[in-house]
Design a protein around this ligand. Structure first.
Ligand SMILES: [Zn+2]
Length: 404
């Protein structure tokens, strides 16, 4: 049963909030900052040291006579944030300390046909398996969960006997499971938005405006304004993969229910099919990459056509938000980097900044979504505003962030 929250618990959390984000302080500095007596602070710190939550980071010389003072900091193995990225086939997990350093990571594949219940169970097990030796979960403040868009997997798996539960309800269940397992804030968002946040954090400037487009199995987009991913009223902000680029009667059907979206001409599957029509049914994207490398004119013609469609969509997005940079990701994104001048021309036709606009390929990492989730948690976690166990991350009892 839950015991009563005591003054001592509050003091303990205040100490942890003070040492958050790599800050290091002596016992004297901690007691001064919190207006607590030296003996109260010493007792608290002794417990935290015993539990491996804080550590002696260095000895500070007093500059005269007397003993050197111990400088204390959060134990580097104390997990503060967990970032998870659920794809259609696997979950990637990264655990980070309060400095944002990843201290443990794993990827676990689900059996095919797994529903969300077993995906979540696998992720929970994997998090606990990562917490060994020096790595522990005693001060975890937030879990960020990246999810794919609506799809056919239900809670119990598919095929499903019962009608498929709407995905926003599945999302709410996923969030509840993690909140109750770890008693911390849980942030749920589209994994493409988290991947875009990760790209922004790599640049080292937190307030960038970015248009991000991942061209893979599907085509997913995200727009970042001043470093924050725009979500929109229906959580559909930045879904530029569904801008219509083919208005002809032959336009292909898209999984969103309409015809001729960018996804129907620039997803990995669509590009593979287009290449197969040119060179034969066995060809794949690797052959296309090799043909580009060998300057096969058929390959560059195909890619130029795709760059034209992708560039048009990116250019319209750029016209709307005037970004610092445009990032293309995914297998097709990596191919488009070979025809960057064509892509840039197509973008420039739509926006007012001409060919000045910065376009680059994404940094390839299967951990992108999980790392972006950690970046989102860190930026929501400001101990100065509200000291406590999970500083300004919303507490689970208060419902956390909105999930729809
Ligand atoms: Zn569509």
């Amino acid at each position: 049963m839950d015991r009563q929250w005591s003054v001592r618990d509050q003091h303990r959390d205040d100490v942890l909030a003070l040492l958050h984000r790599g800050r290091r302080l002596t016992r004297g500095e901690i007691s001064q900052s919190l207006h607590l007596t030296r003996s109260t602070v010493s007792e608290l710190l002794a417990d935290l040291l015993d539990q491996g939550i804080i550590t002696v980071a260095e000895q500070r010389s007093p500059g005269g006579r007397g003993r050197p003072a111990e400088v204390l900091g959060i134990h580097p193995g104390a997990v503060r944030y967990a970032g998870l990225d659920f794809s259609h086939t696997a979950v990637t997990l990264c655990l980070a300390n309060s400095a944002g350093d990843v201290i443990a990571a794993a990827t676990a594949e689900y059996p095919s046909g797994a529903g969300w219940e077993s995906r979540v169970q696998l992720a929970l097990r994997s998090i606990h398996e990562l917490a060994v030796d020096d790595v522990h979960l005693d001060v975890i403040a937030g879990i960020g969960i990246g999810l794919p868009g609506p799809n056919s997997a239900s809670w119990h798996g598919f095929p499903s006997e019962t009608p498929v539960e709407p995905f926003h309800l599945v999302k709410a269940r996923i969030r509840e499971q993690f909140a109750s397992a770890f008693d911390c804030a849980v942030l749920v968002d589209h994994h493409i938005r988290f991947a875009a946040l990760h790209e922004a954090s790599i640049a080292g400037e937190s307030e960038r405006d970015i248009v991000y487009l991942r061209l893979s199995t599907g085509v997913g987009g995200a727009v970042l304004g001043a470093g924050a991913a725009l979500r929109g009223t229906h959580l559909l902000a930045g879904e530029i993969g569904h801008m219509i680029v083919d208005e002809t009667p032959q336009a292909e059907a898209c999984r969103c229910g309409r015809r001729g979206c960018l996804e129907t001409v620039a997803s990995a599957g669509a590009v593979t099919r287009a290449w197969q029509e040119i060179v034969g049914p066995q060809a794949d994207l690797e052959d296309l990459a090799a043909a580009l490398e060998a300057s096969d004119p058929r390959a560059s013609e195909l890619l130029t056509g795709i760059a034209d469609a992708v560039g048009r969509v990116l250019g319209i997005a750029a016209l709307v938000i005037d970004p610092d940079e445009i990032v293309v990701a995914g297998e097709v994104g990596a191919l488009l980097v070979n025809v960057l001048p064509d892509l840039r021309q197509a973008v420039a036709r739509q926006c007012l900044t001409g060919t000045e606009v910065e376009i680059r390929g994404a940094v390839a990492s299967h951990q992108q979504g999980a790392l972006g989730a950690i970046a989102a948690l860190r930026s929501a976690d400001h101990p100065a505003r509200r000291p406590g166990r999970a500083p300004s991350l919303p507490a689970p009892a208060r419902g956390g962030l909105r999930v729809r």
